[in-house]
Design a protein around this ligand. Sequence first.
Ligand SMILES: [Zn+2]
Length: 54
Amino acid sequence: MTEETGAGRTRQLPVFHCPYCGDEDLTPHDDGGWRCSACLRAFAVRLIATGVQR
Ligand SMILES: [Zn+2]
């Protein structure tokens, strides 16, 4: 049985802006990353922490 808490909602949402050039023309890339059609960079978004502080 899986228990769903408020901090457990880590579903990945689409990226809307390229972190390098700011363009919005992004398409899904292999391995779960994104590819920017403007600057042709491919990048991945990785969760490194949640907002919970201890
Ligand atoms: Zn870009």
